[in-house]
Structures are given as C-alpha cells and as structure tokens.
Ligand binder design. Sequence first.
Ligand code: TYD
Ligand code: MG
Length: 455
Amino acid sequence: MARQATRYVCSNCGAVSLKYQGRCFECQSWGTLEEIRQEDGPRQGKAVQGVRAAAVQNLHAAAPEEYHRMKTGIGELDRVLGGGLMQASAILVGGEPGIGKSTLMLQLAARLAPAKVLYISGEESPNQIRERATRLRLHAENLWLAPEVHLEAVLETIEKEQPALVIVDSIQTVYSGQYQSSPGTVTQIRECAAMLIHAAKRQNFMLALIGHITKEGSLAGPKTLEHMVDTVLQFEGEGYQRYRIVRSVKNRFGPTNEIGVFRMEECGLEEVANPSEFFISGRRTDVPGNSVLAAIEGSRALLVEVQALVAKTNYSMPQRISTGFDLKRMSIILAVLEKRLGIETWGQDVFVKIAGGLKLVEPASDLAIAAAIASGLLNRPQDASSVCCGEIGLSGELRAISDSERRIREAAHLGFQRIVLPEANTRELKPAIKKLPLTIEGCRTLQEALDAMGI
Ligand code: TYD
Ligand code: MG
C-alpha cells in the first residue's frame, strides 16, 4: 500500500512545510498552514487522455495580438496605469478605509461612458452609491449597480449584462458557496479573485478589485492576490490629509512605481497638475531642519520637502522616528554624520518626516535626509534656493545616482538657483542642461555638499 506523506501548505504564500507550525516560516502569517495528504510511492494514476501538444509560435512570425487600451480621461490615473486601462486586464486597488478607493472607481466609471460599467458592491447599498454620485456631480448613465456578494450570482450577472468594466467593492466581501470558510478569509479571497480574473480573460472585460489594507500597510488577504492580477495600484498618504498618492506597485502593461497625485475636494478626487509645487508648498525656509529633495518617482521628477526635528532627549535611548523614510537607512546616515563629519547625534531625539505623505525609497534621497538632520542638529537653516540629491556611502562619500538630468531640469523649472548632487553625475552633462539658469554643484563628499548648502 502506498504510504501517505503529509505536507502542510500555506494558504497565503504557498510555502510547503513538512511539519505543522502555527506560523508560516515564509510569510510569517499565523494559522494559514493547511494539511495536504499526498500518495507517496510509484504513481498509479492513469495517463490523462486527450492531451495535445500546445501550439507554439515563433517570436517574430507571430502577429502581435492587438491589445487596446482605454484611456480613462483622468490624466493622473492613466499615468499610473501606463496609458489607460488594458482590455481584459485585472487591477487591484488597495488602500486604507476612507482614503478614496470607491470615489476614484466611481469617477472612473463615469469617465468610461458610453461603455457599460457594472459596480458590484458588498460594502455600500445602491442608495449610498447614488448619494455619492450626486455629491460628485456624476451623470453616469452607463453605470449599473448590483448589491451582491455571492460569487456565483456575480458571475451570472456579468454573463447576462456583458459590461466593459466590472468593479468589485470590495474583494473581501465576496464569497463562494463552494468553500466553507467565511467571507474575507484567505481561501475565499483567493478563489473568488481567481474566478473573477478567469472570467475577465475569457469574456474580455476589464476588472477592478478593491482591496483593504492591513494595519501594517499591506493588502489584506493572500499575498498571491498580487501575483494573480496584472496591475496593483496602492493609495498612499494619510486619510486626514487632503492629498492622495496612487502608486503602481506592479504593472504588467506599464512602468511600476509610477505615481499619480490627487486632491480630495468637495466633488471628489481632483488631479494635481504640478505635484512638485504641492510637495514643497508649505515650506518654511527660515527654520532649521528642512531640505528639498529632487526625487524621481516612476517616470517623473519631483521636488519634495524633507523635514527633521532634532531635540535633546530625555530618555537613556534617544528616539529615532521616521515617516516616509526607512528607519535603518536613517540610522546609517546618523552614524555617518557622527563618525565621518564629527556631528554629534547621540543624546538627540531625531524625527524625520516627508511632506505630503510620500514614501521615499530611492537611495538618492539620502543626501536630503542628511542635510535636514544636519541643519536641525547644527541649528542652521539651509540655503533656501538649493535642492539636493545623492546617495551617501559609509565613508561619507557621495555616490552617483540615476536620472540626474531630469532632476536638474525640474529644479530649474521650479525656480531653484542651485542643485547639489554627486560630482560623478556632473561629468557628462548635455550642453542644454549646462545652459539652465541654475548652478550645478558637484560634490564628492557629504561634507562638501553640506558646505555648498550653507549648513
Ligand atoms: P471613499 O471613496 O469612500 O473611501 P474608501 O472607499 O477608500 O473607503 O472616500 C471616503 C472619504 O472621502 C470620506 O472620508 C469622505 C471623503 N470625500 C470627500 O471629501 N469628497 C467627496 O466628494 C467624496 C465622495 C468623499
Ligand atoms: Mg469604499
């Protein structure tokens, strides 16, 4: 008799374990391991009948299938989607409650007219959605509402109505009768999403799934959900602020990490035409602890204000708090300031904040963080007409960064008179860049850069 081998498979990330554990060793989620018994021994199953070899196509000979994009008409949304919604694609829209997911989808639905849009809502009643549409002053004759949470009924409705776009608000509320677990569980979310995505590909409609975010900031539900869809858009920014940033975390049909900037107004989300102006709008140039970063987000250069507050600590362990910037990277910058520049950081609480709720990930942000902290520590405001960018090495050197020319152009465009960046980035500048009305200051070390900024 064949021995039965027991395996435990994580329903969240798919990792396989030989023994049961309360917590998945791979994705660290609790209680997601499910027992799977496999026949161990020679396979006795019959050969599967009726299998045919797949038709292969030569890369060059095959005629490219004509995919077409549908422009949403909302410029910032088209930008993050990579030019518009792709036919038969599935997007996942994630964000904290109240950040504007339903609002954006409703605005999108109205823009797609006359294409038919089906809005499946398990969160709000048709009346609530109607009320919101009135507030947004939308006359979406093409929009059809269905307060439905049963997956089978949803699929049936789609089959009958033949919409061009289906919005599911939210995927956590949908459940299938095929599974015993309750709505919102990992199995339900994964299976329901899989069936909806399959239907979208087969019946050729666009699918937008709205997903909730956990306290830690990641999309609730299985990690695999992000792998299943073509595009993941995530709302950033704080719910209590008026500004909203939508970032493409994944995009099979366009660039990733592209951002769209919106402002939540009385009548919905409005595009912010010049995001740089917004990110540096509330700046106080006379206060120490501020700097302006020339950042690259996706395909766009942006100027962003970085703030640091440095105060003598009352604790034995000084506090290090950062919003929008990696805390470990901030600790390294503090260590470089202390060791290489002799600026004492021990004994000081350091708080760093990026304006507008933006999250900085590129190494080129190092210099602006260091400049803001150094300016706060030394109590000297930096030169108000300077922007900076650059990666800091452990020896206190400035390392080359990407896309320096676009950063320089953006700084000049917003009227800054000086840009401080790594010397390596100033070697092969195009003549047109050199002619811009600002001083390009190439620095080899962090010390040189701080000097150039008057800190
Ligand atoms: P909503 O789209 O319901 O958020 P989500 O679906 O992500 O939970 O947005 C709700 C918030 O937006 C709510 O706090 C009210 C605010 N809002 C406006 O300020 N103006 C508007 O025109 C609308 C429709 C909402
Ligand atoms: Mg909502």
